[in-house]
Design a binder for this molecule. Sequence first.
Ligand code: TUI
Length: 318
Amino acid sequence: MLNTGICPLLNIKYPIIQGGMAWVATGELAAAVSEAGGLGIVAAGNAPPEIVRQEIRNVRKKTDRPFGVNVYYLSPFVEEIIQIVLEEKVPVVTTGAGNPGKHIPALKENDTKVIPVVSSPVLAKRLERAGADAFIAEGMECGGHVGDITTMVLVPQVVDAVKVPVIAAGGIYDGRGLVAALALGAQGVQIGTRFICAAECTAHENYKQAIIKAKDRDTVLTGYEGHFVRVIKNKLTKEFERLIKEQASPEKLEKLGTGRLKAAVVDGDVEMGSVMSGQIAAAINKIQPAAEIINEIMHDAETIIRKVSKGTCQGTVL
Ligand code: TUI
C-alpha cells in the first residue's frame, strides 16, 4: 500500500531511509535496517577510507538487500571514499555538508543512485541539473548540522522545485510523521534519532539513554557564523554558550568542538561529548530492534491512511 516511487528506485520494500549519522551509522545498524526492508546507511563521516570499506563489507556479510553510504563532504577523505564506493559498487550514496555535483557522473556511470541532502530548495534545483536521482530535504528539527528551515516549510518547497522524488527528514519518528511527509508531497522519510535507539545500533549505551531521557526542550542549536548543530544540552553546550558570550575566536570554538562526537558516541561521554540528536528525542522512549521500529511505523501509517480515506479519522487515530 505504501510502495512509493522511491521503493522501485532504490529496490527497497518500505519508504524508510536511515540517517547517515557519523560514528553511529556503522555496518551493523545499516544491515539491520536494510534487512528489515528500509534502506540502511553506513556513514563515512571523517573515518579513514579503509574503515569505510570494512563497514561496507560488513553490511554485505549480513544482508543481500540494498544499502547506502553517506558521504560527508567536509571529510578530508572525500575523494578516496568516492573511489571505494565505486569499487565496492555501493547501490546508493547520500551526501551531506557540501555539493556532490562533480562526483555525480562517475557514480551514475557505476549505477549508484545519488541522493544529496539539502536544507534549501535552491541547492536542490542546482543538483537536479547535475543529475541527482532524488533528494533528502532535512528540516531544522534534525540532529547534527542543520539549516534554518523547518521540515513542514522545507519539504513542499523542495517537492515543487524538482521533478525527482523527495524524502523528508527532521522530526519524523513514527507512522504519523510518515503520513504527514507523504501529504507534503514527499515519497519517503529519512529517520535518524529513532534508529540511534535501535538494539543493533553500536552507539554507547549512555548516548541511547540520553535520547531516551530527553524532554521536549532538551535539544539546542549551538554554533556560529550560520553553521548550527542540534545537540542535547549538557556541560559542553553550556561551555560553548559561555565562549560565544565572551565572543571567543572561531579557533577557540573549533578547538572546543574537536573530537566531541566520537567522545559521546564511542566513549559514552554525554557530559562533555557532542550528543547530536533530533528534536524528536523527547518522543523516543525505548530501545527496540530496527525491524520492530520499521514494522510499527508502517503498520501505523497504513492504519492512519485507511481511516483518513474512510472518513473515520478523529484526532488521535491509533
Ligand atoms: O551533514 C549533515 N548533518 C550532519 S554532519 C555532522 S558532523 C560530523 N562530524 C564528524 C564527522 C562527520 C560528521 C552532523 N550532522 N546533514 C546534511 C546536510 N547537508 N544538511 C545541510 C547540508 C548541506 C549544506 C551545504 C548540503 C549542501 C551544502 O552545499 C553548500 C554548497 O553549495 O556547496
